[in-house]
Design a protein around this ligand. Sequence first.
Ligand SMILES: N[C@@H](CCC(=O)N[C@@H](CS)C(=O)NCC(=O)O)C(=O)O
Length: 197
Amino acid sequence: MKLYYAPGACSLADHIALIESATTYELEKVDLKEKKTEHGDDYAKINPKGYVPALQLDDGEILTENIAILSFIAAHSGKLTPSDGIAHWRVLETTAFISTEVHKSFKPLFTPDSGADDQANAKKTLAKRFGYLEERIGEQGFILGESMTIADCYLFVMLKWAKEKGGMALPSRLSAYYERLAARPGVTRALNEEGLG
Ligand SMILES: N[C@@H](CCC(=O)N[C@@H](CS)C(=O)NCC(=O)O)C(=O)O
Protein backbone atom coordinates (compact mmCIF):
# COMPACT_ATOMS: atom_id res chain seq x y z
CA MET A 1 0.00 0.00 0.00
CA LYS A 2 1.05 3.59 -0.55
CA LEU A 3 0.71 6.51 1.85
CA TYR A 4 0.32 9.99 0.42
CA TYR A 5 1.83 12.33 3.01
CA ALA A 6 3.24 15.78 3.66
CA PRO A 7 6.26 16.07 5.98
CA GLY A 8 5.21 16.58 9.60
CA ALA A 9 1.48 16.73 8.75
CA CYS A 10 -1.10 14.52 10.45
CA SER A 11 -0.20 11.82 7.89
CA LEU A 12 2.87 11.24 10.09
CA ALA A 13 0.50 9.34 12.43
CA ASP A 14 -0.36 6.86 9.66
CA HIS A 15 3.31 6.62 8.65
CA ILE A 16 4.28 5.70 12.24
CA ALA A 17 1.42 3.17 12.38
CA LEU A 18 2.61 1.53 9.15
CA ILE A 19 6.11 1.12 10.60
CA GLU A 20 5.05 0.08 14.11
CA SER A 21 2.66 -2.54 12.68
CA ALA A 22 5.40 -3.92 10.39
CA THR A 23 3.24 -3.26 7.32
CA THR A 24 4.97 -3.07 3.94
CA TYR A 25 4.40 0.38 2.44
CA GLU A 26 5.52 2.95 -0.07
CA LEU A 27 5.43 6.70 0.43
CA GLU A 28 4.56 9.49 -1.95
CA LYS A 29 5.04 13.09 -0.89
CA VAL A 30 2.34 15.64 -1.68
CA ASP A 31 2.88 19.35 -2.24
CA LEU A 32 -0.24 20.64 -0.49
CA LYS A 33 -0.02 24.12 -2.02
CA GLU A 34 0.31 22.92 -5.59
CA LYS A 35 -1.82 19.78 -5.01
CA LYS A 36 0.79 17.74 -6.88
CA THR A 37 2.52 14.54 -5.84
CA GLU A 38 6.28 14.15 -6.02
CA HIS A 39 5.78 12.12 -9.21
CA GLY A 40 3.90 15.02 -10.79
CA ASP A 41 0.41 13.54 -10.44
CA ASP A 42 -2.62 15.74 -9.80
CA TYR A 43 -3.42 15.06 -6.13
CA ALA A 44 -7.01 16.29 -6.56
CA LYS A 45 -7.60 13.20 -8.71
CA ILE A 46 -6.21 10.93 -5.97
CA ASN A 47 -8.03 12.58 -3.05
CA PRO A 48 -10.62 15.13 -4.23
CA LYS A 49 -10.71 16.49 -0.64
CA GLY A 50 -7.23 17.84 -1.38
CA TYR A 51 -5.66 16.97 1.97
CA VAL A 52 -3.41 14.27 3.34
CA PRO A 53 -3.41 11.49 4.38
CA ALA A 54 -4.65 9.17 1.65
CA LEU A 55 -3.81 5.48 1.60
CA GLN A 56 -3.80 3.58 -1.66
CA LEU A 57 -4.64 -0.04 -0.93
CA ASP A 58 -3.11 -2.94 -2.82
CA ASP A 59 -6.25 -3.26 -4.98
CA GLY A 60 -6.04 0.43 -5.97
CA GLU A 61 -8.81 1.69 -3.66
CA ILE A 62 -8.06 5.04 -1.98
CA LEU A 63 -8.90 5.41 1.68
CA THR A 64 -8.94 8.83 3.38
CA GLU A 65 -9.45 10.22 6.92
CA ASN A 66 -7.02 9.46 9.71
CA ILE A 67 -9.49 7.49 11.81
CA ALA A 68 -10.31 5.19 8.88
CA ILE A 69 -6.71 4.81 7.72
CA LEU A 70 -5.34 4.11 11.19
CA SER A 71 -8.14 1.61 11.85
CA PHE A 72 -7.47 -0.05 8.50
CA ILE A 73 -3.75 -0.41 9.27
CA ALA A 74 -4.61 -1.97 12.64
CA ALA A 75 -7.16 -4.39 11.15
CA HIS A 76 -4.93 -5.32 8.22
CA SER A 77 -1.86 -5.99 10.39
CA GLY A 78 -3.61 -7.38 13.45
CA LYS A 79 -1.49 -4.96 15.51
CA LEU A 80 -1.92 -1.63 17.34
CA THR A 81 -5.55 -2.31 18.38
CA PRO A 82 -6.98 -5.18 20.45
CA SER A 83 -9.25 -7.19 18.16
CA ASP A 84 -12.27 -7.28 20.48
CA GLY A 85 -13.75 -6.41 23.82
CA ILE A 86 -14.08 -2.98 25.37
CA ALA A 87 -10.34 -2.38 24.80
CA HIS A 88 -11.03 -2.32 21.06
CA TRP A 89 -13.69 0.38 21.46
CA ARG A 90 -11.48 2.41 23.83
CA VAL A 91 -8.96 2.70 20.99
CA LEU A 92 -11.64 4.01 18.65
CA GLU A 93 -12.99 6.35 21.33
CA THR A 94 -9.53 7.82 22.02
CA THR A 95 -8.63 8.07 18.33
CA ALA A 96 -11.90 9.92 17.67
CA PHE A 97 -11.18 12.27 20.60
CA ILE A 98 -7.73 13.02 19.17
CA SER A 99 -9.16 13.65 15.70
CA THR A 100 -12.23 15.70 16.53
CA GLU A 101 -11.25 17.44 19.77
CA VAL A 102 -7.46 17.79 19.53
CA HIS A 103 -6.50 17.81 15.85
CA LYS A 104 -9.33 20.15 14.85
CA SER A 105 -8.50 22.56 17.68
CA PHE A 106 -5.16 23.35 16.02
CA LYS A 107 -6.86 24.98 13.06
CA PRO A 108 -6.43 28.65 14.14
CA LEU A 109 -2.73 27.99 14.75
CA PHE A 110 -2.31 26.91 11.12
CA THR A 111 -4.52 29.58 9.56
CA PRO A 112 -2.30 32.57 8.70
CA ASP A 113 -5.10 35.16 8.89
CA SER A 114 -6.62 33.96 12.18
CA GLY A 115 -6.39 36.62 14.89
CA ALA A 116 -4.44 36.57 18.16
CA ASP A 117 -7.66 35.94 20.13
CA ASP A 118 -8.55 32.89 18.05
CA GLN A 119 -5.04 31.54 18.46
CA ALA A 120 -5.06 32.12 22.23
CA ASN A 121 -8.47 30.42 22.52
CA ALA A 122 -7.22 27.48 20.47
CA LYS A 123 -4.27 27.04 22.84
CA LYS A 124 -6.64 27.23 25.82
CA THR A 125 -8.81 24.50 24.32
CA LEU A 126 -5.79 22.37 23.52
CA ALA A 127 -4.42 22.77 27.05
CA LYS A 128 -7.79 21.56 28.38
CA ARG A 129 -7.75 18.52 26.06
CA PHE A 130 -4.14 17.71 27.00
CA GLY A 131 -5.09 18.11 30.68
CA TYR A 132 -7.76 15.43 30.22
CA LEU A 133 -5.20 13.07 28.64
CA GLU A 134 -2.58 13.89 31.32
CA GLU A 135 -5.02 12.68 33.99
CA ARG A 136 -5.40 9.36 32.23
CA ILE A 137 -1.87 8.49 31.26
CA GLY A 138 0.37 6.55 33.65
CA GLU A 139 4.01 7.20 34.47
CA GLN A 140 5.04 4.57 31.91
CA GLY A 141 3.47 2.96 28.92
CA PHE A 142 0.98 4.30 26.41
CA ILE A 143 -2.21 6.31 26.42
CA LEU A 144 -4.36 3.18 26.84
CA GLY A 145 -2.05 1.12 29.02
CA GLU A 146 0.82 -1.25 28.39
CA SER A 147 0.53 -1.67 24.61
CA MET A 148 1.02 0.82 21.83
CA THR A 149 -2.09 1.52 19.76
CA ILE A 150 -3.01 3.67 16.78
CA ALA A 151 -4.10 6.35 19.28
CA ASP A 152 -0.46 6.76 20.35
CA CYS A 153 0.65 7.23 16.74
CA TYR A 154 -1.86 10.06 16.34
CA LEU A 155 -1.29 11.64 19.75
CA PHE A 156 2.47 11.78 19.16
CA VAL A 157 1.92 14.06 16.16
CA MET A 158 -0.47 16.30 18.11
CA LEU A 159 2.06 16.70 20.94
CA LYS A 160 4.83 17.43 18.43
CA TRP A 161 2.68 20.19 16.90
CA ALA A 162 1.83 21.60 20.33
CA LYS A 163 5.52 21.87 21.24
CA GLU A 164 6.97 22.91 17.91
CA LYS A 165 4.20 24.89 16.22
CA GLY A 166 2.20 26.05 19.22
CA GLY A 167 5.17 26.70 21.55
CA MET A 168 3.14 25.01 24.28
CA ALA A 169 4.62 23.40 27.39
CA LEU A 170 3.16 19.93 27.90
CA PRO A 171 2.11 18.70 31.34
CA SER A 172 4.74 16.44 32.93
CA ARG A 173 3.45 12.89 32.29
CA LEU A 174 2.44 13.77 28.72
CA SER A 175 5.84 15.34 28.16
CA ALA A 176 7.63 12.19 29.39
CA TYR A 177 5.31 10.08 27.21
CA TYR A 178 6.19 12.22 24.18
CA GLU A 179 9.91 11.71 24.82
CA ARG A 180 9.42 7.93 25.20
CA LEU A 181 7.62 7.79 21.85
CA ALA A 182 10.16 10.07 20.15
CA ALA A 183 12.92 7.66 21.21
CA ARG A 184 11.28 4.64 19.54
CA PRO A 185 13.16 3.38 16.48
CA GLY A 186 9.88 3.27 14.49
CA VAL A 187 9.12 6.91 15.24
CA THR A 188 12.69 8.00 14.45
CA ARG A 189 12.50 6.11 11.18
CA ALA A 190 9.25 7.82 10.19
CA LEU A 191 10.69 11.25 11.01
CA ASN A 192 13.85 10.48 9.00
CA GLU A 193 11.84 9.25 6.03
CA GLU A 194 9.92 12.55 6.06
CA GLY A 195 13.18 14.53 6.20
CA LEU A 196 12.52 15.63 9.79
CA GLY A 197 15.24 13.66 11.56
N1 LIG B 1 -10.32 15.06 8.40
C1 LIG B 1 -8.99 14.84 7.86
C2 LIG B 1 -8.14 16.09 8.06
C3 LIG B 1 -6.79 15.94 7.41
C4 LIG B 1 -5.99 17.23 7.50
O1 LIG B 1 -6.32 18.13 8.28
N2 LIG B 1 -4.92 17.32 6.68
C5 LIG B 1 -4.07 18.50 6.62
C6 LIG B 1 -2.66 18.20 7.10
S1 LIG B 1 -2.61 17.74 8.79
C7 LIG B 1 -3.94 18.95 5.17
O2 LIG B 1 -3.62 18.16 4.30
N3 LIG B 1 -4.20 20.24 4.92
C8 LIG B 1 -4.03 20.83 3.63
C9 LIG B 1 -5.31 21.26 3.01
O3 LIG B 1 -6.38 21.07 3.60
O4 LIG B 1 -5.22 21.82 1.91
C10 LIG B 1 -8.37 13.59 8.47
O5 LIG B 1 -8.55 13.36 9.67
O6 LIG B 1 -7.70 12.82 7.76
